[in-house]
Ligand binder design. Structure first.
Ligand code: ADP
Ligand code: MG
Length: 543
């Protein structure tokens, strides 16, 4: 193809562009952060490719170069990174390339409300260029290839691709600024935006002769030299986040295996937290060379809320992404990092319980997956768990529950279901309330699963109050109740016989119970049978 070809944007991109272009987004300067981050990604990709593929020149002097033409009101962002060929362009700039963009559109469809807030929350990557530009030109040449291409669009439904020339590999994105966006052709404005959003991009960002950013890996600096604000900036730019981190963990491990980690617990749950893929987003670096945004080789799925980076000089530089799975050194780093994170969380839990409750509300359900998946760290995770309880409005740990147990109480009682408020009203609780015995209210789906793996805590068995014969006879009732005149136990055998006949095979057994005080009956599962709620859950999942 030597002539200009026209293409239509994928429907969703068209919808997205309409929203993006039509919004007077107060924070629209983030377009520059998105484009610089793409340029930096392209440099990272080239550096990695040069290490692992033969035939590519080594990648020195990687940089992002900004150019302003204040007469024609254009701003361009150029890199000498990996570049794109015709197929790449078609695949990425015109379809939903970024996973976040798809989620963004889903969220838009789901709620008609705050569209601008949503743009902020998701970031729309490359397409954010159309917030400020009436036309965008992309000139690009892929490393190792000779053809260069011009991609061009006014963001109104179509784009074109035609051959062009570019001296070297890399990409130049030129924005023809809208009338109301001319400020982005001012040097001072551009410098300020770069300082704000892109200070810690690890390649130099140049404007004229000047380098605008620190261009170094923040994690490599001593923690004492880094301000809270710098950490927060780094968090936001490296993880496409807009909130402040709830907790920052910056650790250097020296020994047989050296590694540095700079990890963040987000202040708000990331939108993909409960995606089926359960992807982790902590970046792996080898001696400051970006290797991958790993899946679960570096960070276990149950810690997937973490953001940040882990860097080790002790992994081989040409470790390919496919080999990560079986790399024993990486496995060791994974364990060390996981332990460290759990111990930092424990510190928070002990020192700042209220603050920790906020973390727990956001990520507790994810962390609990580790109870099933990581037998080796199970006890440490269990210590970190917090539960709703009939004993009060604040969450409780298991050890606090055990400390409050009644004389003669021999189990940790719980009731599991889907809705906390409904659980709290369950008739199963009546007998327990009467004896003032605390019951944990478990309303996360994952609760049913870890309870299959963990049968006790601190020597105390977990006991569902909707199953079997939760025996409360041993528990001493409060004095005031002892002194009350209790009605004599009625002879229920005749009634039970009638009910048994009436219900027939629908139930296994009918028996008198002390767990009720107000309600006449409740449904329970037999000891050894599946808990009522779990049975319901599995049925719903077709099992
Ligand atoms: P994301 O960066 O999250 O993948 P974007 O919308 O920002 O999403 O970019 C979409 C894709 O376009 C990128 O994944 C990349 O493949 C390609 N791309 C964008 N800018 C560049 C660039 N400067 N160099 C090479 N590829 C780029
Ligand atoms: Mg991007």
């Amino acid at each position: 193809t030597l002539e200009k070809e026209m293409f239509s944007f994928q429907t969703e991109v068209g919808q997205l562009l309409e929203i993006v272009a039509g919004s007077l987004y107060s924070n629209r300067e983030v377009f520059l952060r998105e484009l610089v981050s793409n340029a930096s990604d392209a440099c990272d990709k080239l550096r990695y490719a040069a290490l692992t593929e033969t035939g590519l020149a080594s990648a020195d002097d990687l940089a992002v170069t900004l150019e302003i033409d204040s007469t024609s009101k254009t701003l361009s962002i150029a890199d000498n990174g990996v570049g794109m060929n015709h197929a790449d362009l078609l695949e990425t700039l015109g379809t939903i390339a970024k996973s976040g963009t798809g989620a963004f559109i889903e969220a838009l469809k789901a709620e008609e409300k705050d569209r601008l807030g949503l743009i902020g929350q998701f970031g729309v990557g490359f397409y954010s260029a159309f917030m400020v530009a009436s036309k965008v030109d992309v000139v690009t040449r892929k490393a190792g290839e000779v053809e260069a291409w011009l991609w061009s669009s006014d963001g109104k439904g179509a784009f074109s691709i035609e051959p062009t020339v570019r001296e070297t590999n890399g990409t130049t994105v030129t924005l023809h600024l809208k009338a109301d966006a001319k400020e982005f052709a001012e040097e001072a404005r551009v410098k300020h935006i770069i300082k704000t959003y892109s200070e810690h991009i690890s390649f130099p960002i140049k404007l004229g002769d000047e380098t605008l950013n620190a261009a170094e890996a923040l994690w490599a600096r001593p923690a004492k030299d880094i301000s809270e604000e710098q950490y927060a900036d780094f968090y936001r730019h490296s993880s496409h986040a807009y909130d402040a981190p709830w907790h920052v963990m910056h650790n250097k491990v020296e020994g047989s295996l050296n590694h540095t980690s700079l990890l963040f617990v987000p202040g708000t749950p990331p939108f993909d937290l409960f995606d089926a893929e359960r992807k982790s987003h902590v970046q792996l670096y080898v001696n400051r060379v970006f290797i991958s945004e790993t899946t679960t080789d570096l960070i276990p799925a149950y810690l997937r809320f973490l953001r940040g980076a882990v860097d080790s000089q002790d992994l081989s530089l040409n470790v390919s992404r496919e080999m990560l799975q079986t790399n024993p050194k990486l496995a060791k780093i994974k364990t060390q990092v996981s332990k460290k994170v759990l111990s930092e969380l424990k510190k928070k839990a002990t020192k700042a319980a209220d603050d920790y409750a906020q973390f727990w509300g956001n990520f507790g359900a994810v962390l609990k997956e580790g109870l099933v998946e990581d037998a080796s760290l199970r006890d440490r995770i269990l210590e970190l768990c917090r539960f709703d309880t009939t004993g009060g409005d604040t969450l409780t740990s298991l050890s606090d529950y055990v400390e409050r147990m009644k004389d003669g109480q021999e189990a940790i009682y719980y009731i599991a279901g889907e809705d906390r408020a409904q659980l709290a009203k369950s008739p199963h609780l009546e007998g327990f309330k009467a004896k003032d015995v605390e019951v944990l209210l478990l309303s996360d789906h994952v609760d049913e699963f870890w309870l299959q793996h963990i049968t006790e805590f601190d020597g105390m068995p977990f006991q569902s109050i909707t199953r079997g014969t939760a025996d409360l006879d041993q528990v001493k009732a409060d004095e005031k109740q002892d002194s009350q005149d209790k009605p004599k136990e009625a002879d229920l055998s005749a009634l039970i016989a009638v009910i048994k006949v009436e219900l027939g095979d629908a139930v296994k057994d009918v028996r008198p119970s002390k767990r009720l005080t107000d309600s006449p009956v409740c449904l329970i599962a037999d000891d050894g049978d599946m808990d009522v709620n779990l049975e319901r859950l599995l049925k719903r999942h077709g099992q």
